[in-house]
Write a protein that binds this ligand. Structure first.
Ligand code: SF4
Length: 439
């Protein structure tokens, strides 16, 4: 009995990965039922043989939630999106027409990507899963794991449009199994053991799609400057739930909001995503602190500590003016004319903001000219534009001189810091949880 338990508890799939706790638990239950049958039918030789011990239990852990850091990176998701049209191609699904199969798989992918629900929660969505209230549309979904049904999640208009399009198509499908009537994604057959699309079918369809895509690149390069392909085995349905959570954590969504969005039981699980964010931020600060310049574009690298603690992020760069640092960036004595200030410390993560600001200064100068403003107003604007242009040009030249892989790393770090700053000021993903059903 112990040998059978040990074998099942450690059983792995064909890629050598431990099966999920649920699946191993099911195997163990089936084995025990077989033994019970043997006992009832008087087929076991010795009475008391094959006794089950309390310690022989597969822990009901949610290993998936523990796989923090397994998120599909956003740049990989963008590549998948551009090739979405082929998802579902070649998949046989009962008597469903191939075009409908593709539409169903592609809709399920969009919901998975945009909602962060678990794969089972996506494939078992109710047919009428959209609830409209004034301008807001919520996804109605069931948390099977937590046994909390009819949860509501605000979703964006593009996700709503994808679901609505499939719903319209779903209504025209001939001969879907009658057991699937209440579900958005019908089962393959009425005798397949599931009333809706099964997670396994969806996973298999995604696996085939991902494996056959022409290119899926990582953001890293080898020594020759060639882009390294992304490891496709890391793209699987559950990983999109991690991507959703990581996206929010990176954007600074408050932890209690993210916990509600994820419907986590334990706040520690939610916290894990912020630890990943912090780790990324730390790495990004280390990279960018070496690229800090002064207002004239001359390199003035600093330590990570100085970058974070002895300066404050103002709109177009770092500021080291002590009073302003103490006030969190709200006490600039010269009205944020940073490009003319000795305390200004920009780095490449501010390049888009610098360029945007130079553009808006140019627009202001045009307006000032049209208003027949005094020369000193025009001159001041011109001087600011020129100095911002100088600092941006020098920064770009320094970046262009870096080897390709270092430049890619720098751009990635700059994007991380921009996201962190954006999250600190305002939420990029302004979702709030509507919970009418209660927990
Ligand atoms: S103008 Fe100088 S003091 Fe003011 S925010 Fe910019 S860098 Fe800081």
């Amino acid at each position: 009995m112990q040998a059978a338990f040990d074998e099942i508890a450690a059983s792995v799939d064909q890629d050598g990965r431990l099966y999920g706790a649920g699946y191993r638990g099911d195997l163990w239950t089936a084995f025990c039922q077989t033994v019970d049958f043997g006992r009832l039918a008087d087929l076991l030789d010795a009475p008391g043989s094959f006794m089950r011990r309390p310690s022989q239990r597969i822990p009901d852990e949610d290993t998936n939630e523990d796989e923090l850091g397994k998120a599909v990176p956003e740049h990989v998701i963008r590549q998948l999106d551009t090739q979405l049209v082929s998802l579902g191609t070649g998949v046989t699904y009962g008597i469903m027409d191939p075009a409908h199969v593709r539409a169903m798989f592609q809709t399920a992918y969009v919901v998975l990507r945009d909602s962060g629900r678990r794969p089972l929660e996506v494939v078992s969505l109710p047919r009428n899963c959209l609830e409209r209230e004034r301008d807001e549309v919520s996804l109605i979904w069931n948390n099977h794991k937590g046994r909390r049904m009819r949860r509501r999640l605000p979703i964006t208009s593009s996700t709503v449009a994808a679901i609505a399009k499939w719903q319209a198509l779903r209504d025209t499908l001939p001969d879907t199994p009658s057991v699937s009537e209440p579900y958005l994604f019908p089962a393959i057959t009425s005798v397949g053991g599931s009333d809706h699309l099964m997670s396994n079918n969806f996973s298999a369809g995604m696996r085939a799609w991902v494996d056959n895509l022409e290119t899926v690149n990582s953001d890293a390069m080898d020594a020759e400057g060639n882009v390294i392909p992304f490891d496709r085995s890391l793209i699987y349905p559950y990983a999109f739930r991690h991507s959703f959570a990581q996206r929010h954590a990176d954007a600074g969504t408050p932890i209690d909001v993210l916990r509600d969005l994820m419907d986590h039981d334990d706040p520690k699980t939610t916290m894990g995503y912020y630890r990943v964010s912090l780790e990324r931020k730390r790495k990004a600060v280390k990279t960018l602190s070496l690229m800090v310049t002064d207002r004239s574009g001359t390199a003035t690298p600093c330590s990570s500590t100085a970058y974070e603690q002895r300066s404050v992020a103002v709109p177009f760069g770092g500021c080291t003016e002590p009073t302003n640092v103490k006030a969190g960036g709200h006490a600039c004595p010269i009205r944020f004319q940073c490009s003319g200030c000795g305390f200004y410390r920009p780095d490449p993560s501010y390049l888009p903001a610098i360029e945007d600001h130079a553009n808006s200064l140019r627009a202001d100068r045009e307006k000032a000219r049209a208003m027949d403003a005094a020369c000193f107003v025009i001159d001041n604007l011109t001087a600011q534009i020129t100095s911002y242009e100088d600092v941006a040009t020098k920064m770009r030249e320094r970046m262009a001189a870096l080897p390709e892989n270092e430049r890619a790393e720098l751009e990635d770090a700059a994007a991380v810091l921009r996201r962190v700053r954006a999250g600190g000021e305002h939420k990029l993903l302004p979702l709030t949880v509507v919970s009418k059903a209660g927990r």
